[in-house]
Design a protein around this ligand. Structure first.
Ligand SMILES: Cc1ncc(COP(=O)(O)O)c(C=O)c1O
Length: 502
């Protein structure tokens, strides 16, 4: 029996728990297990390989003699050149947030100058400490530190996920309760799930309202004695809408619980949108209940990939994030975040991005992004059969009541677009970046979207193109364990290097 046919014929209509049990049972029956294995293979064969096209040397072991540097660089350059076209022309959602060649070359220059730096060795690289402290200070000042008497402190991490994990660690360790709980809206980023998984939290995800924003009353009801942190997003990844952070953070403050604003996406946009006169509901340290906040330098901060800022209200909370070891034979050891050795070059590059952009640079970038996003948003809303979810500013999710939206996404993929597929409800989003502010990009997106919708309609609106059937099935298959297993196999395959024939 195939997973797909299992889903279509029997499991699809069952409640998830029952479907999960039946699937688990089927896996224990040998002939069924064999058929399920075959089906996994078939589904994986249809999935993207995540590999560049053939024609590049493949190394499953070290070459006996080192390859000449020019040949290595030629290969690395060819791989980069083949990949660049898709994002440079603005065909990606998010991914590359600035991407102008002058800006990228400038970041690379700062990186190259510090490529050997490791801030773990403060004696060798005090510049790393300087860069990190100033990145934190600049980000904090942008996000309300100057409007509060409290000291806003923080660190640079490897990305939004690490920032969120670090904050959740700080709340867990400060509270010291057995099996702590985090209360978050369903729209919060999956990094909170990862934090819960690593840190032993019970996670309470609360459904959002019809506007896709966190439901304050429902979040309040979900809190228990074990709740140590509540979180909201500004904006959330799926639908790009901003949660009612003022109300949520105040509710948390009244109950003596921490509140994290996930501004990984919005931290470097919303302050400038407000300065531009947009009405932006407060979300940062100007709200007394906000006790931590994540803002990603490697997204709209326009730094190279690999940095984010985690901020705290006060040093006491941040201390619960730190790791120190006093009795290790390797000597006294401390580390503020997850990693031990850290890339000082990324700190140099992120610092260079912030300083070179300055307030005027971020204001101009935000103005351009919001303008392109408004054009794209109203263009989508005018396409018959599509509707925009919620009231987003620049991360625009859209869905359809008539057509399979994953079919529309697959048809956009055929036209060169890499969009994000969402589920619950099925939808697709485009995170507008500076790439989409280049002349003609917004128009091309809308033209292609109109074409994709027309083609989907001609095809009966059913999922039939590319990965659309699999995407839809994976999004709705009730036995989530089977979908999880498929994803694990997918990851395994990404890291399999076929040994060359001897
Ligand atoms: C709102 C939000 N939070 C957290 C993250 C996680 O960030 P990262 O992918 O840098 O770990 C993202 C990523 O898109 C995000 O959009």
């Amino acid at each position: 029996m195939k997973l797909k046919s299992l889903a279509e014929r029997s499991l699809a209509k069952l409640p998830p728990r029952l479907a999960e049990r039946l699937y688990g049972l089927a896996r224990r029956i040998r002939p069924l297990r064999r058929r399920i294995e075959l089906e996994y293979d078939e589904l994986l064969a249809a999935a993207p390989t995540g590999r560049p096209p053939d024609g590049h040397p493949v190394y499953g072991r070290l070459p006996e003699h080192g390859v000449d540097r020019p040949a290595v660089i030629a290969d690395v350059a060819a791989l980069a050149a083949a990949e660049e076209a898709a994002w440079r022309t603005g065909h990606a959602s998010g991914a590359v947030y600035h991407g102008d060649s002058g800006h990228v070359a400038f970041l690379n220059e700062a990186y190259a100058l510090h490529s050997q730096s490791n801030p773990l060795h403060i004696d060798l690289w005090p510049s790393g400490t300087k860069f990190e402290a100033e990145i934190v200070a600049m980000t904090a000042a942008m996000l309300g530190s100057e409007a509060t008497a409290d000291e806003i402190v923080g660190n640079v991490t490897s990305g939004g996920t690490e920032s969120i994990i670090m904050a959740m660690k700080a709340y867990r360790d400060r509270a010291g309760v057995g099996r702590p709980e985090m209360v978050i809206p369903t729209s919060a980023h999956v990094a909170f799930d990862k934090a819960a998984h690593y840190l032993g939290y019970r996670q309470v995800r609360v459904p959002v309202g019809d506007d896709y924003r966190a439901d304050v009353a429902a979040m309040a009801r979900a809190m228990t004695r074990r709740t140590v942190v509540v979180a909201g997003s500004a904006p959330g990844f799926p639908h790009g809408v901003i949660d009612p952070i003022a109300e949520l953070s105040e509710m948390a403050r009244e109950r003596g619980v921490g509140f994290h604003t996930d501004a990984c996406l919005g931290g470097f946009v919303l302050p400038w949108a407000e300065r531009l006169g947009r009405e932006i509901a407060p979300f940062d340290f100007r709200l007394p209940g906000v006790t931590s906040l994540s803002a990603d330098t490697h997204k709209y901060g326009f730094a190279a990939k690999g940095t984010s800022v985690i901020l705290y209200r006060g040093r006491e909370l941040r201390r619960h994030q730190y790791f120190v070891a006093t009795d290790w034979p390797g000597g006294l050891y401390y580390s503020p975040t997850m990693a031990g050795s850290r890339p000082g070059a990324l700190l140099a590059s992120a610092w260079a991005a912030l300083v070179s952009m300055g307030e005027s640079g971020y204001l101009a970038a935000t103005a351009a992004i919001l303008e392109a996003a408004a054009e794209i948003r109203s263009g989508i809303a005018e396409i018959s059969g599509l509707h925009v979810l919620g009231d987003p500013l620049w991360v625009i999710a859209f869905a359809s009541d008539e057509l399979d939206i994953y079919e529309v996404m697959a048809l956009m993929e055929q036209r060169g677009w890499s969009l994000n597929g969402l589920h619950r409800p099925p939808a697709v989003h485009l995170a507008v970046t500076l790439r989409h502010t280049e002349p003609g990009v917004a128009e091309r997106f809308l033209d292609d979207l109109r074409g994709a919708v027309a083609a989907a309609r001609d095809g009966g609106g059913e999922p039939r193109t590319g990965s659309a059937p699999m995407y839809g099935m994976a999004a709705t298959f009730p036995a989530r364990g089977a979908v999880g297993e498929l994803l694990r196999r997918f990851i395994d395959r990404l890291y399999t290097v076929e040994r060359a024939e001897e």
